[in-house]
Design a protein around this ligand. Structure first.
Ligand code: NAD
Length: 317
């Protein structure tokens, strides 16, 4: 298939691109190489892909709809996997506007092109953050998500509404996948997993918010890729689908796991909860199992080992 991956230079996107190329697909990436974190990391993420004749890269911002239109005219995409976004809960509180510009208006730009070019298959990255401080666990797709607690979460919820809108009006088949805290090879450096590994390696202090008690459903990136690829194959109608591991641990337990795997004690300092942070995420994945045949297979201990292999061996600083 001829597949467009937006945000393909990032953590999840670049892992997906490598996998799609290996499966024999033609892959095009649109990515602005945003400076949210070290751009050299994003360049390195695409080094492997750039060796394929079946790979094409456009360094374009999805807010720039004129350049975007040209790309869609030049390419005959069959599927769009739309991952480009401003990520991160805490920074979205400081600077909310670009989160809505990119995550909502940028998504509209992509869907407009899908409408014009009659592309009927779209897979889009939503987020577990839309559940806010949902009280009933595990989180089901039918739970109310009307109470997001950060601009990032609100922008993802708005994106889901926009996706439904384009499905309803133009018959575009869209799966909106709610990813639950993804980690692994090429991990984003602003995320807890990366920060913990780095702090332990360098003997620096780890800041634990909410006294390290918040609980997360951490999902290994390969399991997320499996869910995305199954969605590409099966996307039909409009569905919102949780992609998590459906296994929850506290941040304190996570740090203890890193200590065990790295053979080194962590230095920690505890703080109150940060605004925008949620107490728990926990995915009910029965819908993903039913619709996609999704079956995550990387328990947290094995996932951390794999992540650390990359962290110690290949990551750039
Ligand atoms: N990592 C997670 O735990 C997680 C959890 C839930 C949802 N998500 C979503 O999954 C997607 C991928 O996340 P990630 O962790 O790989 O993040 P990432 O920041 O590594 O990747 C996002 C990519 O989008 C690009 N981008 C940002 N703004 C752009 C713009 N205006 N135009 C074009 N490209 C732009 C960035 O340069 C980056 O390469 C995002 O939509 C994110 O919101 C991630």
């Amino acid at each position: 298939m001829n597949i467009l991956v937006t945000g393909g230079a990032g953590f999840i996107g670049s892992n997906l691109v490598d996998k799609l190329l290996d499966l024999g697909h033609k892959v095009t990436v649109i990515d602005s190489f945003s400076p949210f974190y070290n751009v050299a990391i994003k360049r390195k993420n695409l080094e492997r892909a750039l060796q394929y004749d079946t790979f094409n890269l456009y360094e374009v911002d999805i807010r720039d709809h004129e350049n975007l239109s040209e790309i869609f005219v030049l390419n005959d995409f069959e599927v769009v996997v739309h991952l480009a976004a401003k990520a991160g809960v805490r920074p979205s509180i400081r600077i909310p506007r670009p989160y809505f510009d990119v995550n909502v208006n940028g998504t509209i730009n992509i869907l407009e092109e899908c409408k014009i070019h009659k592309i009927k298959k779209v897979v889009w990255a939503s987020s577990s953050s839309v559940y806010g401080n949902n009280k009933s666990v595990p989180f089901k797709e039918t739970d109310s998500v009307d109470y997001p607690i950060s601009p990032y979460a609100a922008s993802k919820k708005a994106g889901e509404l926009v996706c439904h809108n384009y499905h309803h009006l133009y018959g575009i088949n869209i799966f909106a996948l709610r990813f639950f805290t993804v980690y692994g090879k090429r991990n984003r450096p602003d995320m807890g997993m990366y920060k913990f590994a780095k702090a332990i390696q360098e003997g620096k202090t780890i800041q634990l918010y909410g006294n390290g008690e918040p609980r997360r459903d951490f999902t290994y990136v390969d399991d997320i890729l499996d869910g995305v690829i199954k969605s590409i194959e099966k996307v039909n109608g409009f569905e919102i689908i949780n992609l998590g591991e459906s296994h929850v641990i506290s941040v304190n337990e996570l740090v203890a796991l890193f200590e065990k795997k790295m053979g080194k004690k962590a230095i920690t300092q505890k703080f109150d909860m940060q605004p925008g942070d949620v107490l728990e995420t926990y995915a009910d994945i029965s819908k993903a199992k039913r619709i996609l045949g999704y079956n995550p297979s990387t328990p947290i201990e094995a996932g951390i080992e794999k992540m650390l292999e990359w962290f110690v061996g290949e990551r750039i600083h």
